[in-house]
Ligand binder design. Structure first.
Ligand code: CA
Length: 224
């Protein structure tokens, strides 16, 4: 991952240029791609720190690009849309987007959103949690309140996925895709039993700490 690299996927050159300028001035390394399919390849090859993704693109639209990206990457995605009424739906489960911005936007607003999403998604340590939960990617360990959780590799991947995006809801299918990359034909229900086991381990350290929340009919989210 390139720490400050931001990929702009936008078919309107004027808008892309404005974004490029502002992002560069703010110290980021922006790149611009006009086409969804090309953007997918680029994200796969050199995972950027964040993607600003226009919804209305010729060919493969932003929503489709977002879904495809989520099959292999957890890169933060901010959707950019002119359809205000669509905005809420966009950050719903279907797209996998982290946030959205409505056109017309002020560049200042875009910078604020980019900064906020990047801060929220710092790997390693979950800022919002005040270090209650820490993820050590190198040793593949997760600690809660300074105590190490004794997790299986699968439980590690699952919990890591949820804690690095506090507040975001993941469906069982998304969890399966992202946390069980090697398993085919596993049932959604396996996610539930892993969550149950992880909760037990979390509760052994902090009884009554409800941090893995069930979202009825959908899936799970981590929030302290
Ligand atoms: Ca467009």
């Amino acid at each position: 991952m390139t720490a400050r690299q931001i990929l702009i996927v936008e078919d309107e050159p004027t808008i892309a240029n404005i974004l490029m300028d502002y992002l560069a001035k703010a110290g980021y390394q922006p790149r611009h791609i006009e086409n969804g399919a090309v953007a997918l390849d680029s994200i796969r090859d050199q995972e950027p720190a964040l993607v600003l993704l226009d919804l209305m693109l010729p060919g493969m639209d932003g929503l489709e690009v977002c879904r495809e990206v989520r099959k292999f990457s957890n890169v933060p995605i901010i959707m950019v849309t002119a359809r205000v009424e669509e905005a809420d739906r966009l950050i719903g489960l279907d797209s996998g987007a982290d946030d959205y911005i409505c056109k017309p936007f002020s560049p200042r607003e875009v910078m604020a959103r980019v900064g906020a999403v990047l801060r929220r998604i710092q790997p390693g340590e979950v800022q919002a949690s005040n270090s209650l939960i820490e993820v050590d990617e190198e040793s593949q360990r997760i600690s809660m309140a300074g105590k190490r959780l004794d997790l299986t590799p699968t439980e590690y991947r699952l919990l890591r996925l949820l804690v690095t995006r506090p507040g975001r809801i993941y469906s069982r299918a998304q969890i399966l895709d992202l946390a069980y990359p090697d398993s085919e034909d596993v049932s959604d229900r396996i996610v539930d039993s892993h969550i149950k086991n992880i909760r037990k381990k979390l509760n052994a350290i902090l009884p009554n700490a409800e941090v893995l929340h069930s979202v009825y009919g959908i899936g799970y989210r981590f929030e302290i």
